[in-house]
Design a protein around this ligand. Structure first.
Ligand code: EPU
Length: 425
């Protein structure tokens, strides 16, 4: 159980962790490299541990040194993989290409949208079909098998992050040329491209959301690579600073270059931000928040994963502000929980809602399947002048590294009695 005691004036410095959305596909891509790879800045979170557990089943070795992960995929064998372990992975769609490139035949649980939103997978399946893989699926499973076809192929990634990542992994060693159209260019996708390029993959990016992959005979290993910091975590702490700091919070490793649209909206809301030095931002407390509308979009637009923290800011704004979530159909589900906390709002349709602020947040028994919404509710509890007791807190540990420790370091009065932490050593 997490105990959060009301309203403390936060201060200090927070260091942002490595990005989970970059680390997960990159760990899987390392299976193609067949050697030793040292990954720096890997977040120690539950999903990474689950991935490593699966990888070790096919005899890949790994060890940790702080947040550095040393992977050895040299003597990997085509061992059998336990379906039960794969089932533990929240978004099994991310395993599609890495496992296929290893086994050529897989059976994975159908990714039923993680209970948060509809998650179509047409782009993934169509891309794999084009390069030689047939699939069948039912209510529970997807079965895919085949062999890589040679030749030039044009593949539509539908601006999907995971479909772009799956296609990159499936095609870097495919003969001869692949043209990926409508690719996602989110920072974590580019981090994966950088890893593959460092391993001598021939990948070119065109300005028109297009990636060209030319065949290389093999990929190299025995190098070090840095996972980017999590710009979604940075954005979340920026909102926290605006609402709950005594004067300001300093945010280290903030990835300013990835947050342009988000920072613009914060500034429009009246939040003062100072660029201290390379990727360290000082975000000041804002007493008079202006109501500002947001519309989520693909990168470099306003990130869907920062919709929920920004909404908490909107609940404290003076006036009416609109949230337009264009990417996912059910991602405003958690607004029902906000209503329980006495936020005045109107849900217009599955994609749009209006918040009437400012609101005095009240404690309530809330829940969510969306990790970003969970973390945003932690901000809500920190700024509400009540004592809050929260269960199901292990959910956040799956994605946010040391989040209780980080908040405590900023002098938040927060206690986790579940001992659900994964400590970095
Ligand atoms: N889409 C299709 N067809 C497809 C695939 C996607 O229509 O075959 C649509 C989706 O319905 C959605 C849009 O494309 O409207 C974007 O979905 P995308 O496939 O890009 O999402 P994803 O790859 O499943 C990743 C992140 C999410 C993040 C989205 C959007 C990871 C592990 N997950 O998901 O992150 O919200 O991209 O940026 O990288 C999170 O971190 O909390 C999280 C959910």
């Amino acid at each position: 159980m997490l105990k959060i005691n009301w309203w403390k004036k936060l201060s200090g410095v927070v260091k942002i962790s490595g990005s989970k959305n970059a680390a997960l596909p990159i760990i899987w891509a390392c299976l193609l490299l067949r050697g030793k790879i040292t990954l720096n800045n890997v977040p120690k979170i539950r999903d990474v541990e689950t991935f490593l557990d699966i990888i070790s089943e096919i005899w890949a070795k790994y060890s940790w040194k702080g947040n550095t992960l040393i992977l050895d995929t040299k003597n990997m064998e085509s061992n059998k993989l336990s379906y039960e372990k794969i089932k533990k992975v929240r978004a099994s769609i991310f395993l599609l290409s890495p496992l296929l490139m290893h086994f050529w035949k897989i059976n994975i649980p159908f990714p039923w949208g993680c209970n948060i939103w509809k998650r179509p997978i047409d782009s993934h399946l169509n891309s794999l079909k084009k390069i030689g893989f047939d699939y069948k699926y039912d209510w529970e499973n997807i079965k895919i098998s085949g062999k890589l076809k040679k030749g030039e192929k044009i593949i539509n990634s539908g601006f999907s992050v995971s479909a772009t990542e799956n296609s990159l992994i499936a095609n870097v060693l495919r003969k001869w040329k692949t043209i990926l159209k409508n690719v996602a260019i989110e920072p974590h996708v580019m981090n994966l491209v950088d890893l593959l390029r460092k391993a001598w993959a021939d990948i070119k990016i065109r300005y028109s959301h297009e990636i060209i992959i030319e065949w290389v005979e093999e990929l190299s290993s025995d190098f070090e690579f840095d996972i980017i910091s999590d710009y979604i975590e940075s954005g979340t702490f920026m909102v926290l600073a605006a609402l709950a700091s005594e004067k300001y919070l300093d945010i280290e490793n903030a990835r300013v270059c990835d947050l342009y649209s988000f920072i613009e909206k914060l500034k429009e809301s009246g939040v003062k931000i100072k660029d201290l030095w390379w990727d360290t931002l000082r975000v000041y407390r804002c007493e008079n928040i202006k109501a500002v509308d947001i519309q989520t979009n693909i990168f470099p637009g306003f990130p869907t994963d920062l919709q929920s923290p920004f909404t908490i800011l909107q609940t404290q704004a003076n006036g009416m502000s609109k949230v337009h979530e264009i990417l996912f159909e059910w991602r405003l589900n958690w607004f029902v929980e906000l209503e329980k906390m006495w936020v005045k709002l109107a849900i217009l349709n599955p994609h749009e809602a209006i918040i009437f602020g400012p609101n005095n947040l009240k404690p309530a028994k809330v829940t969510s399947w969306d990790l970003r919404a969970w973390m945003s509710m932690v901000i809500a509890w920190l700024i509400s002048e009540w004592k809050t007791r929260v269960t199901q807190i292990e959910y956040i540990y799956r994605w946010y590294e040391n989040f209780v420790e980080k908040l405590k370091k900023l002098w938040a009065d927060i206690e986790d009695s579940s001992k659900a932490t994964i400590h970095s050593s």
